[in-house]
Write a protein that binds this ligand. Sequence first.
Ligand code: NAD
Length: 457
Amino acid sequence: MALQSRSPQRPDDLVVEVEEAGPGEIAEAAERARAAGAAWAATSALERSAALAAGADALAAAAGELTDLAVREVGKPVTEAAAETARGVGILRYYAQQALDPDGETYPGPEPAALLLTRRRPRGVAGLITPWNFPVAIPLWKAAPALAFGNAVLLKPSPEATAVALRLAELLAPVLLGDLFQVLPGGAGTGKAMLEEVDCLSFTGSVAVGRQVAVAATERGIPSQAEMGGLNASLVLPDADPERAAAVIAAAAMGYAGQKCTATSRAVVVGDPGPFTEALVEAVRGLAVGDPADKATVVGPVITEPARRRVVEAAAEAAGAGGRLLTGGAAGEGAGWFVAPTLVDGLDPGARLAQEEVFGPIAVVLAAADEDEAVRLANGVRYGLVGSVFTGDLDRALRLAARLDTGMIRVNAPTSGVDYLAPFGGEKDSSFGPREQGKAARDFYTSSRTITVLPRR
Ligand code: NAD
């Protein structure tokens, strides 16, 4: 079956059309990956490090072109897309170095001359299933450590990000040789079939799909990790400067049309919500909405027509459920999938918009009488990816941060933003399995074995 990926700002612009990888092709790709991985695992860490560093150079040399392709295919504003490409280069460089880290530990043996040690070894073929919203960074933050530690990679990208994934593979092919990094275009069926062939599976996407993938991987007895949705809250304390907090939260909620797992979906204001809400509405209205290829644009289109419909319907439903539409709520003009950045307040915290991820430029403002209520509201959802606190009072920030049920906590910083050198992941329904990125990635892409060596008797 042919798969088409279209530009969200100009849906008549067909970015790529390719055949989906079918079961036969997937099995063949896996066989080739297995052979390539075995040869790769037999090289030295120095060789793997050099190859990844060369991959970073190849990506850096093509940065402009790859950025433009990402803008065109997934509608990411060009400033953010360029930063993402630069991050991809940084990720490859970082894991090029990490390939040279110690690959095990020693322990006291049963006698002084004995060696009791652990060594890490690659799992074999790593399967990656990725979403469209970070078409460069997410495939690379999985593939780079997988490759650094001696695995081959099969990447099943989101259909909406197929062109970027194929271009990434082309750019890396000259330095990775053979079939170490293969892209299998397709949708759910391709993802399911790939899962049957690989030795570990790293997923990023929605909760519903991540759960299915984790169950299927467990049934096969292979390790899996799933990074899924979020409904991230920013807590604004009474001492925070309303304008400054609003500017940061507006960008975190609406930047790239809110299509980040780390986007702010809920602003929880402690005390009088008036000044902050007013400042937030103004900040959101001030965000430049438009063509993502324009450097000034902060909010481009959402990815597809159904995605736009979900935002408009969520706004209408919230208004019907007693919420107050502060700004936005309507689809934009023109051909692309634009929708006005939308803010709602006055909602019951149990309302759907305050409980479920929409994945678009829409956020709610919730009022809390005190810090206890703010914590209850922040934690009162099934997600637990990121939480942030805005205050100048470090004691209160620390106290509050300790009570948030999220995998990442940020103080005076937007919920959005990922540091590839630190472990990344959430709590509750947002994550399953071990953390990714930073030094945590090695635990997932390798297994440890324990070796005992005794002196000859
Ligand atoms: P999605 O779950 O629809 O798809 C993710 C990937 O899974 C795609 O490649 C898709 O083709 C594939 N897939 C779909 N059904 C499958 C199945 N049954 N078996 C195997 N693979 C299948 O998500 P999306 O719309 O691409 O991305 C948006 C979601 O991703 C949001 O929920 C967002 O919060 C989440 N996300 C999370 C993170 C994170 O790190 N936590 C980062 C980015 C995006």
